[in-house]
Design a protein around this ligand. Structure first.
Ligand SMILES: C[S@@+](CC[C@H](N)C(=O)[O-])C[C@H]1O[C@@H](n2cnc3c(N)ncnc32)[C@H](O)[C@@H]1O
Length: 421
């Protein structure tokens, strides 16, 4: 992929060569990861360092410096962080879960509940300034302008008062003998950081499980991924991202995200993700993109759907934040149907006003309560020639399906370009 500037879209990732369906376009590691909630019952179900599920049958390894670390997590309102093993614990204590972070997290419950996720981000971000100034600069270089002034002013001043109440975190000394300067908290920096989070954080979701509760599958952690942050949005994306947070192979890369091509992409085309599940209706998509990302989407699908009646709109996207993918970049999994009425659907079957029907039949998971996006497994190397896989993987439930088992398949549609941006 090449990084290019596209007028009206900013920095964009473009195919530098022909890309095959399923090809891995990016594996990106987070420069910052933070939990989405302080809820003790939730945060005790995963490791606070690698975010893998904790095994409830084995003894949990609590953080030695978290307040209340001797109590059971469900009986105190301040979460205790747990780790899956000594390696994760010592790695966290020296970086993302420093004693300063511990003390700061303990103060977050004094804030209104709806500000907890942003406070969790700010604590992690100011901690990053201390443990890795280069990553902190990278975070500040991502897209996201500070809003001039708005209804969010009160929220910002509440969050900044909170940050100011924390004791400043010393920066790592540049020389062993030099005195360490401290991180400077400023309202402008707090506002800038919040804007970076809003526009760039990807949500790592709670594991999929079949059943009603899954329709409100929530975000376990948010991550800032420096290269993946350059993907622009399209409501019919040509790439989608996978994460394998619960992989048990002991790899330290389980919080990486992997982006794969959904179908072939011509050289020179922009590569886009969807910032939320592709089955959201037109009004929900426009609202989210305008409010959270500051643009009105004019993609091929929106150009068609803006002319539809919206009598059966299912309501706004929920408040889980960004990018399906759902970026706050999050996967969220609300069962938002497409907003076409039955009557319109019949009409559309007879004309070309429904260019994306093919996408839904072929690339949207039909499993109950899922709605994830499918991409083929990476092509195998067949004597130096990449051979496309006919197995599709869902990026939400992980289910594998064969192309031939999906209805209405023509694996090589003549007008596949309509699916690209
Ligand atoms: C995660 S960043 C993507 C990279 C960004 N273009 C940059 O310059 O760094 C998200 C921002 O990109 C822009 N963007 C993404 N998709 C777009 C689209 N389809 N049309 C216009 N702008 C878009 C919006 O400004 C959005 O807030």
């Amino acid at each position: 992929m090449d990084l290019a500037e596209i007028p009206g879209r900013g920095r964009s990732l473009v195919a530098s060569q022909h890309i095959r369906a399923g090809q891995i376009l990016l594996q990106d590691s987070p420069i910052l990861l933070y939990p989405s909630t302080l809820s003790p019952s939730i945060s005790s179900s995963y490791c606070s360092n690698c975010f893998r599920n904790l095994d409830p049958s084995s003894s949990l390894l609590p953080c030695p410096t978290c307040p209340n670390n001797q109590t059971t997590t469900t009986t105190c309102n301040v979460a205790v962080s747990f780790f899956c093993g000594p390696t994760c614990r010592s790695s966290a204590l020296a970086s993302s879960h420093s004693p300063w972070v511990c003390r700061s997290l303990a103060l977050i419950p004094s804030l209104p509940h709806h500000l907890h996720a942003q406070a969790l981000f700010l604590v992690s971000a100011y901690n990053l300034a201390s443990i890795s100034p280069p990553f902190f600069s990278l975070l500040l270089s991502l897209h996201g302008d500070t809003p001039s002034s708005s209804s969010s002013d009160f929220m910002l001043s509440t969050l900044h008062s909170f940050v100011s109440s924390l004791s400043p975190r010393p920066l790592a000394p540049s020389t062993p003998s030099g005195a360490a300067p401290t991180v400077v908290f400023s309202a402008a920096l707090t506002a800038a950081l919040l804007a970076k989070d809003k526009h760039n954080a990807f949500g790592l979701m709670e594991p999929f499980s079949e059943g009603a509760a899954n329709s409100h599958r929530s975000v376990r952690a948010y991550g800032i991924y420096p290269t993946a942050s350059f993907f622009n949005h399209d409501c019919l994306p040509n790439a989608c991202r996978f994460d394998y947070i619960n992989t048990r192979d002991g790899s330290s890369n389980n919080t990486d995200i992997i982006v794969r091509a959904i179908h072939d992409i011509e050289q020179g085309r922009e590569i886009c993700l969807s910032y939320f599940p592709v089955n959201w209706g037109y009004a929900d998509r426009q609202k989210r993109l305008l409010e959270d990302y500051g643009f009105a989407c004019d993609c091929d699908r929106c150009q068609v759907e803006r002319n539809w009646r919206h009598d059966d709109e299912v309501g706004g996207g929920d408040d889980e934040g960004m990018m399906e993918e759902d970026t706050k970049h999050h996967h969220d999994n609300n069962d938002k149907g497409m907003e076409v009425t039955e009557e319109e659907e019949e009409e559309d079957n007879d004309n070309d006003d429904f260019p994306h029907a093919y996408f839904f039949v072929r690339y949207v998971c039909q499993r109950d309560n899922c709605g994830g996006t499918l991409a083929p497994l990476p092509p195998s190397d067949d004597n130096g020639m990449p051979a496309a896989s006919n197995t599709l993987e869902c990026n939400v439930c992980g289910q594998l399906s064969k192309e031939e088992d999906r209805c209405g398949d023509d694996p090589h549609p003549e007008d596949e370009n309509m699916l690209d941006k």
